[in-house]
Design a protein around this ligand. Structure first.
Ligand code: ADP
Length: 735
């Protein structure tokens, strides 16, 4: 293919199409045909992107703004559309974006049944052609729009009952409709002298979106018109004029002053003639068919008020003046506060009903009372965010005195003031904020969780203000209080703990100090008893035996007190090992007890079931428990037996029980048995010579068993006997 020739041919063809007067849809199909014919492309699919979104491929191309080429369509092509083309028999595809003003307005897809059809040269030409096309296409679209706009404009311009004209930069009135010609006759004359306005003045007003109010009249004071200019392009202004003479002042002014029944507005000239007025003055100035000519504002004033008005006007030059008048309206006399300002069109009077003012004052007072009266924290904020008023609860909740907060920035009591700005801007834009969560800061810097409710209100000074009401989150505060209490308790606990540490340390030291001399006493007594210091009489031996026995008892007591104190202070650490409970009966301490029982004439049995497993426990501590229980059983049994039985209670626990046929325990005592220093017999006046103990044995046993993760319990019948039993886990877990 001859590139040069093709280019010039297709460009000239495209230009011809572009310059034709075809509508844009026909333009598109002509374009497609031309491409197909010129480049031998099998199919072209064009998709206008305005409105409809194409497939992924169109989206991709319109985003990258670059042609996309796939010269070997296959089922692995990147986009589903391409696989579809392949399935309809095409082998290569080029997607070309068509853009106008930097925006992709169209994509077209060229499809060929040949492989590798779209080489660089062809894609370049397609892009070139498409850009020629895009210009004409975009131009046609725009032109169509303008044409419609012009038609519309003409219709509304010429047929309008409102005077309208178009003025150009050089102060020429380019166009004027019938009404304008009738009212102002601008064509051919200069606008400055005709309506007192020129292009510059109107343009300035249009920049602010404002209308200019002017008296226009070829003779006399004339009529009052409001001119609303709008820019048309760079050098034209479209001006619509509304005759507002004798009518109510247009809504704009009312809107500005707040559309209130209690605000009266009138425009008068220097001879007090009323030119215009607000609707609530209808009863004074309007007849059935509108404005009554020649009415003077002084007509509705008594002599005194008329004098005030005259006096006000004489003072009114570059600043507004104030005065109090009394208006005679249909409903009677209305006392008003009044402000007069000189405007281009005359003197503007705005008067507000004093009663209404009082009412407003009262409303403000009511609001303040309301703020004062509610139990939540309430504040009045001005439009700058300063606190203007707040109530008593603020002192309890935030710890500030009321006066301290007034004139402070509201944001200063927030932990994070961004929540405030967010909520205020929401309210500012007309929303309502109810119970949004905030963290406030007390004077002392601590946080208070609260919710806030914000409303906008308009103050008497006509500026925006806000009412903010905070509700402290009660539950949150309770939680915080509880947390504080817990902290205090924790401190207390630590105090006690250190006290108890001190106690156990003391006991530890003391028992050591006691044990050492006691061991000596016992040892030397034993030497003497055995005759190593020389022969002793029977009586001397008897006394020494008592010394030795009492030393033993004292040593036991000291050991028990020490153990109890250590267990109390959590000072005892177990030393777990593998323990064979069956073999424990051979332990010397147990053997000693067995002898003691036999000596007392009691039957003694140590029985372990065959299936009792070895367990993990601290053997010395387990023996201590056995010694306590067996010792008690022997102590409190006069005849019969003491039987130890070890069995597997469950998969995880073994049970050891010590059964006796002794005196038993009264129901009253049962509950208190494991308490430290408790001795049932003492209470029952059954103190026995050999039975005196410390009342610590069971308490210590209970702690040791608990430490192993087991339980201790007993059954007993008064006069029949008791069974004490405890469990131990097979695999000890320290508690
Ligand atoms: P003690 O050093 O007094 O034996 P324990 O804590 O071992 O202290 O026992 C507390 C009390 O429980 C004993 O004084 C006794 O009244 C009662 N007690 C303990 N075991 C038995 C038992 N097997 N039979 C009757 N009473 C018992």
């Amino acid at each position: 293919m001859d590139g040069g020739l093709t280019v010039s041919k297709v460009v000239s063809e495209m230009l011809e199409i572009a310059n034709s007067s075809l509508p844009s849809s026909a333009l598109l199909s002509k374009f497609v045909e031309t491409i197909k014919g010129t480049f031998g492309i099998d199919d072209v699919k064009a998709l206008s992107l305005s409105g409809s979104t194409g497939g992924q491929l169109d989206e991709y191309v319109s985003n990258t703004k670059k042609p996309y080429i796939d010269n070997q369509l296959s089922e692995f092509s990147a986009f589903p559309e391409l696989i579809q083309y392949r399935n309809s028999g095409y082998l290569s595809c080029a997607v070309i974006p068509v853009s106008a003003n930097g925006k992709v307005i169209l994509t077209f897809k060229a499809l060929s049944k040949e492989e590798n059809k779209f080489n660089e040269e062809l894609v370049g030409m397609l892009s070139l052609v498409s850009s020629i096309f895009s210009f004409s296409f975009a131009y046609k679209e725009e032109f169509g729009k303008n044409l419609r706009l012009a038609e519309y404009f003409d219709a509304s311009f010429f047929a309008s009952p409102i005077p309208q004209f178009i003025i150009s930069k050089d102060n020429r009135v380019v166009r004027e409709n019938k009404e304008s010609a009738k009212a102002f006759g601008l064509s051919g004359s200069d606008t400055k002298s005709a309506i007192g306005l020129d292009y510059e003045a109107l343009k300035a007003a249009s920049a602010y979106g404002k209308a200019i109010t002017k008296f226009v009249g070829r003779e006399g004071p004339g009529e009052l018109y409001s001119f609303a200019p709008k820019k048309m392009g760079d050098s034209l202004l479209h001006v619509a004029a509304t005759n507002v003479t004798g009518k109510r002042l247009y809504e704009g002014i009312l809107g500005m002053l707040g559309k209130s029944n209690d605000v009266y507005i009138a425009l008068i000239d220097e001879s007090y003639s009323v030119k215009s007025y607000s609707y609530n003055l209808d009863s004074a100035f309007a007849s059935q068919d509108g404005f009554r000519d020649g009415r003077k504002f002084t007509d509705i004033l008594d002599e005194k008020s008329a004098e005030t008005l005259r006096e006000m006007m004489s003072r009114c030059a570059d600043k507004p003046v104030f005065g109090d008048l009394s208006l005679a309206l249909g409903a009677g006399k209305v006392p008003v506060h009044c402000v007069m300002s000189k405007v281009e069109a005359g003197y503007l009077i705005a008067a507000s009903n004093m009663k209404a003012e009082e009412y407003a004052n009262r409303a403000v007072q009511d609001m303040n009372d309301f703020i004062e009266g509610i139990s939540e924290v309430a504040m009045k904020i001005d439009d700058q965010g300063f606190i203007k008023e707040c109530n008593m609860p603020v002192e309890a909740v935030l710890g500030y005195a009321k006066e301290e907060l007034v004139d402070k920035q509201l944001s200063s009591i927030y932990k994070d003031s961004s929540t405030l700005s967010r909520d205020v801007s929401y309210v500012y834009n007309g929303g309502k904020v109810d119970n949004s969560y905030v963290d406030l800061m007390r004077k002392d810097g601590t946080a208070v969780a609260a919710t806030q409710t914000i409303r906008k209100f308009r103050s008497m000074e006509n500026s925006d203000g806000y009412i903010v009401i905070f509700k402290e989150l009660e539950t949150k505060r309770r939680l915080d209080d509880l947390e504080d209490q817990l902290r205090e308790k924790d401190v207390e606990v630590r105090k006690y703990k250190s006290a108890s540490d001190l106690k156990s340390q003391f006991i530890d030291n003391m028992s050591h100090e006691l044990k050492t001399p006691l061991t000596s006493i016992r040892g030397y007594s034993l030497f003497m008893y055995e005759g190593q210091g020389g022969e002793l009489s029977e009586a001397q031996k008897d006394w020494l035996r008592i010394v030795i026995e009492e030393s033993d008892r004292l040593l036991l007591i000291i050991q028990q007190v020490l153990d109890a104190a250590k267990l109390d202070a959590n000072k005892i650490k177990l030393e777990p090992k593998e323990v064979d409970l069956k073999a424990m009966g051979e332990n010397p301490s147990i053997k000693g007890l067995e002898e003691m029982a036999r000596a007392k004439g009691l039957e003694f049995e140590w029985k372990a079931d065959y299936d009792v497993p070895t367990i993990i426990a601290d053997p010395n501590r387990v023996i201590q428990v056995f010694v306590n229980l067996i010792g008690n059983a022997i102590k409190f049994t006069e005849k019969g037996s003491v039987k130890v039985h070890i069995s597997q209670r469950s998969r995880k626990f073994v049970e050891c029980s010590v059964e006796d046929t002794g005196i038993g325990i009264a129901d009253d005592d049962k509950r208190k048995l494991f308490k430290k220093f408790y001795q049932a017999q003492k209470k029952a006046q059954l103190v026995r010579q050999d039975g005196a103990g410390t009342g610590l044995g069971l308490a210590i046993s209970k702690d040791i068993v608990k430490l192993h993760g087991g339980k201790i319990y007993f059954e007993s019948k008064l006069g029949k006997g008791s069974t004490f039993a405890f469990t131990l886990p097979v695999n000890k877990k320290q508690k």
